[in-house]
Ligand binder design. Structure first.
Ligand code: SF4
Ligand code: SF4
Length: 400
């Protein structure tokens, strides 16, 4: 009886991953990109929500959450990440699949040329896709087409494509075997319940010693000798063994995935997994809290370093200042600047301090003057207030 194959499932998951990588840069929510680190706007869009680079604590939480959840996946799934989901594996599998399909239909010479062609196509698609996480796909395509105006980007694209091509043609899986630092690091995350690929010791006497599992292994491993750190958990040996054993009466594969190393052990969490899961939940909670409670306005004020104070004809003095105002909300807003508290009659603001219109998720610099009347001593501190819809939205204390 035919036994189920792992390869179909792996290819299905990889297909979903490729579709997500290609399509997500086009997705948007309420006019915002679904997921993008927009370099122009210095803004990370997370599920359509803009997080400006000046909201550093939120960006830090996002990065930490990404790293910790990545480690958690490794603690639970082991090197299955490497064999199923890592871009190096996905690109290699895709190029191999295209090459294998073409080999069946054309002569060996044409197949060799098409292998290089497919490697080039996959590498250039990968390079283009990389840009699409930092700018819109339309802008990325336009910049590359008008390469004389965007030479740095164009040469980066060529370099990435070349590196990707050489990787697919020359390096291939030797990267996972010999160079990938994360592969080595993963062993430190292995837990008592981590998913492993195991030769079923209890069935060793049924092994036919056909070596089909070794011949198919992209890492050149004999899994029958026990756990090896080089194994990327791709499952090819499972399929090879099932292919051999299913022809026998009462046949079943002798290699399989197993949580932990003890027979009959289901999924269970070891200390590393519990610690990483706790960290992931805490960071997720902190991120949600930070996003819900984040300020919708950014407000900073600084002296204009390149301009001196000006003495006006009536003897009063005006000091030039710059206000940096960020509208982090989803709609355009009109702001004004004023001095907080009771008007003292001594100090006032000059310049554009009213009707400062800022579009959604945009920043604007506004130059204004702090005016000190003649023969007045400037106060040690002034509290500047940013007002929107008649309500103060932020304050900054300055020393004129
Ligand atoms: S031993 Fe099996 S799962 Fe591990 S890399 Fe080789 S074929 Fe893949
Ligand atoms: S494919 Fe199966 S039967 Fe053949 S050598 Fe490997 S473990 Fe033994």
């Amino acid at each position: 009886m035919p036994l189920p194959r792992i390869t179909n499932k792996r290819q299905f998951v990889q297909g979903l991953l490729i579709a997500a990588a290609l399509l997500l840069p086009f997705a948007s929510i309420s006019g915002n990109p679904f997921l993008r680190m927009d370099i122009d706007k210095m803004t990370l869009f997370l599920a359509g929500m803009p997080l400006r680079i000046d909201q550093f604590y939120l960006l830090l939480l996002v990065i930490l959450l990404f790293v910790v959840s990545f480690l958690l996946v490794t603690a639970v799934l082991g090197r299955v990440w490497c064999g199923w989901l890592c871009p190096q594996t996905v690109f290699n599998d895709l190029a191999e699949l295209l090459g294998r399909t073409s080999r069946k239909q054309v002569s060996p010479a044409v197949a060799r040329v098409s292998e290089h062609f497919f490697a080039l196509v996959v590498a250039s698609l990968g390079a283009f896709n990389l840009f699409c996480w930092f700018m819109s796909p339309r802008q990325a395509a336009s910049n590359l087409l008008h390469f004389s105006d965007h030479q740095a980007m164009f040469y980066t694209f060529l370099l990435l494509t070349l590196l990707g091509y050489l990787n697919l043609i020359l390096v291939k899986r030797s990267f996972c075997h010999s160079y990938c630092p994360y592969g080595r690091f993963q062993t430190a995350l292995m837990d008592a319940g981590t998913l492993n690929l195991t030769f079923l010791e209890e069935s060793r006497d049924r092994c036919l010693r056909c070596n089909a599992c070794i011949k198919t292994c992209p890492m050149g491993i004999d899994i029958r000798t026990g756990f090896q750190v080089e194994c990327i958990g791709c499952g090819r040996c499972i399929d090879a063994c099932r292919g051999v054993m299913e022809r026998r009466p009462d046949g079943f594969g002798l290699i399989d995935y197993r949580f932990g190393t003890v027979k009959g052990t289901g999924f269970r969490m070891g200390n590393t997994t519990i610690a990483l899961l706790t960290a992931t939940l805490v960071l997720t909670g902190a991120l949600v809290w930070g996003v819900v409670n984040r300020s919708e306005t950014a407000f900073a004020v600084q002296r204009v370093a390149t301009a001196d104070s000006r003495t006006l004809p009536d003897g009063s003095v005006a000091f030039p200042w710059r206000a940096i105002i960020g509208n982090r909300s989803e709609k355009s807003r009109v702001y004004s600047l004023r001095i907080a508290g009771e008007p003292s009659g001594r100090v006032e603001l000059l310049g554009q301090t009213r009707d400062i219109t800022i579009a959604a998720n945009q920043h604007r610099d506004v130059i204004f003057m702090i005016h000190i009347p003649r023969n007045s001593t400037p106060p040690a501190k002034i509290l500047l207030e940013l007002v929107s819809d008649g309500r103060p939205t932020a304050t900054v204390s300055v020393s004129p």
